[in-house]
Design a protein around this ligand. Structure first.
Ligand SMILES: Nc1ncnc2c1ncn2[C@@H]1O[C@H](COP(=O)(O)OP(=O)(O)OC[C@H]2O[C@@H]([n+]3cccc(C(=O)O)c3)[C@H](O)[C@@H]2O)[C@@H](O)[C@H]1O
Ligand SMILES: Nc1ncnc2c1ncn2[C@@H]1O[C@H](COP(=O)(O)OP(=O)(O)OP(=O)(O)O)[C@@H](O)[C@H]1O
Ligand SMILES: NC(=O)CC[C@H](N)C(=O)O
Length: 571
């Protein structure tokens, strides 16, 4: 009930949910369900994530007046729900006000909106582009009095930057900070978030609750892993990563806590009850991010099933495993498309992989289309040497067949290029690059191997696929090959993957110079060649399907290089 008498116990539910961008009615329905669930668990208040009603990030959708109106209406409706005497709510929504369009929250209780708060620090780096569509909120936005407890509500980036928003809230009397976030995954991000929040707790002396969104949104993966750091700077609770959940946490007033952290005599808040989930290790986390990203992309875009070319190589095998884990065996169709260079081993490995995963497996030879193209082009190509042109026809025949299956049966094509290949353009445009979504686009080849090995000995929570050796070890052990000509291996055209990946990580992830990379022990000619290949493949990447972001520098959202570019560090 709405009552401003200070209580000594506060039950705060954190709704770590998977909204869909643009589905305002669906997101409101989800929020209502979560609030009812939290009410049953005895919550006083439910904290939702950043821009929950819109789904995060809504990008240019917030430039549409009709979208803003739908969000405003949903926020008003949800606020009215709180007249039932159940939990109050803090929920993110875009709001258009005289001062502009804001990335906001509404705070509602007792059927009314008690307060609105606007994000002050709009992130505009990496994958974020918020200054483009939002206006920053004013500097002074104090805490909100909720049933006698003063709650501060900075929004996501507000606690990341150098602006002293948490400290200002503490100085204005806030007792706990509740932070709605849309914080995308990259490897190791959970630790980074903990450090950011600990730094703020040191500055402001208040406990901070960090509620993060869940789910895939195009390239971005929101991994949840919501948590709180108490005023003693230790982890007060930790929610699970990659899972939708509503957890109620109990907070108690404690004079000892306040005295310890600020030396003053006022009361502080201590978490006495909350989850303490284990955060998965790196291979598991990356694998689950890829799985969640593929699942949400396929489901949120309304595809019933997916199709991919299964070659007997590692990239298509891990994509098949991810598809079965994300969607179930009955939703994947794997197609082997042999040509004259396809080895017996590849045919066997592809079949073994499909059998281990339990998915549908078709063999569609491509002799006729490839020979047909070659025949059609004979006259035109007379006197020229055979080479990549003819090789690429194989890839294009495969890509065309996959797109035909997609058109006929409505299955989305899963495309399988890893980050090493995408970096140097080792993939055929309108061939194996065909496809709607790429679950391994941001994994270097050596990481693909590590994840494949990991998956053969683990089944991640929520996976729909079987246990055991789902990626036959022969696929992991053999030399990678595109099999576009006799006895071809990737290493005919590229440096060995451990070398290539290290150089690429230096160039892409760390923006290192050629001299610095050479100083790590690499051959200068190799480094300059890789740098050149990286630059000239930009045109391909611009035409590539989106894929799951795993690193701090994925292609597309984070790393944005010009296509036309004559700069070469290596001369
Ligand atoms: N700056 C630019 N802006 C716009 N377009 C540009 C361009 N530069 C080249 N192009 C165009 O791109 C074409 C070359 O690109 P593309 O046709 O993709 O062909 P390309 O890159 O020459 O060959 C594909 C490469 O991928 C390798 N690969 C590896 C693994 C698997 C597979 C597979 O297919 O299964 C292939 C294959 O061995 C080969 O090295 C040029 O003919 C030109 O039309
Ligand atoms: N014979 C084939 N049948 C079906 N699909 C194929 C075939 N050859 C290539 N493809 C498709 O083209 C993609 C690109 O080939 P590529 O050689 O890069 O990957 P891979 O064969 O899965 O792995 P690796 O590079 O380790 O051999 C494959 O992942 C697959 O989707
Ligand atoms: N949505 C945001 O403001 C996110 C910003 C923050 N730096 C993060 O990655 O979590």
């Amino acid at each position: 009930m709405t009552d401003n008498t200070a209580s000594d116990i506060l039950r705060i539910a954190v709704a770590q949910l998977n909204p869909t961008v643009g589905d305002v009615a669906g997101n409101l329905a989800k929020a209502r369900e979560a609030r009812a669930d939290a009410a049953r668990q005895g919550a006083d208040i439910v904290l939702f994530t950043e821009l929950f009603l819109a789904g995060y990030p809504p990008e240019d959708l917030v430039l549409k007046p009709a979208f803003l109106k739908a969000c405003e209406r949903a926020a008003q409706d949800f606020a009215r729900d709180t007249a039932d005497g159940g939990p109050g709510v803090i929920i993110g929504t875009p709001l258009k006000r005289k001062s502009g369009t804001h990335n906001s929250i509404i705070f509602a209780d007792g059927g009314k909106i008690l307060a609105e708060r606007y994000k002050l620090d709009l992130p505009n780096y990496g994958e974020f582009d918020e200054k483009r569509v939002f206006q920053a909120g004013p500097e002074m936005q104090g805490p909100v009095n909720f049933r006698g407890v003063r709650l501060g509500i900075p929004i996501c980036e507000d606690i990341w930057g150098d602006v002293a928003i948490c400290e200002t809230l503490a100085e204005s009397g806030a007792e706990i900070l509740l932070v709605p976030n849309g914080s995308p995954y990259y490897r190791g991000k959970v630790d980074v978030r903990h450090q950011v929040v600990i730094r703020q707790v040191i500055e402001c002396g208040l406990p901070i609750i960090y509620a993060n969104q869940l789910g895939g949104q195009d390239e971005l993966i929101f991994d949840g892993a919501s948590f709180a750091i108490g005023s003693d700077k230790t982890l007060a609770f930790q929610m699970s990563q990659f899972e939708e959940t509503v957890n109620v946490t109990t907070w108690k007033r404690s004079r000892a806590a306040a005295g310890a952290q600020s030396g003053n005599n006022s009361d502080g808040w201590v978490c006495s009850e909350g989850p303490m989930s284990k955060i998965p290790e790196k291979e598991e986390a990356d694998y689950r991010a890829c799985m969640l990203g593929l699942r949400d992309y396929v489901n949120k875009n309304g595809f019933k099933n997916v199709v991919l070319g299964l070659s007997g190589g590692i990239d298509s095998a891990i994509c098949a495993a991810l598809a079965v884990d994300a969607l179930g065996e009955e939703r994947l169709r794997a197609v082997m498309m042999p040509y004259r260079y396809t080895s017996k081993d590849s045919l066997k490995d592809a079949e073994d992989c499909a059998r281990a995963l339990g998915c549908r497996y078709d063999i569609v030879p491509i002799f006729e289309p490839v020979e047909g193209f070659l025949h059609t082009l004979t006259q035109l190509f007379e006197g020229t040497k055979e080479g990549i042109t003819e090789e690429n026809l194989q890839s294009r025949a495969r890509g065309t067949i996959l797109m035909a299956i997609s058109n006929k049966f409505g299955s989305m094509v899963v495309t399988t290029g890893n980050k090493s290949e995408m970096s140097v353009g080792y993939a055929t445009l309108y061939g194996d690059m065909n496809g709607g979504f790429n679950p391994i686009k941001d994994l270097y080849k050596m990481q693909v191997y590590a994840l494949a090995r990991w998956r053969n000995t683990h089944v991640p929570p929520g996976a729909l696929g079987p246990s055991g050796e789902v990626i036959p070890n022969n696929i992991i052990d053999k030399a990678p090959s595109a099999e576009l000509r006799e006895n071809q291996t990737d290493q005919d055209s590229l440096p060995p993957y451990p070398v290539l990946d290290d150089i690429l990580e230096c160039l892409v992830e760390n923006e290192m110079g050629v001299d610095e990379i050479v100083a790590r022990g690499h051959d200068r000619a190799t480094v300059t060649r890789v740098e050149h290949l990286l630059y000239i493949a930009e045109y391909k990447r611009r035409q590539a399907a989106p894929g799951v972001k795993i690193t701090k520098k994925n292609f597309g959202r984070d790393r944005r290089y010009p296509i036309t570019n004559r700069f070469r560090d290596g001369g």
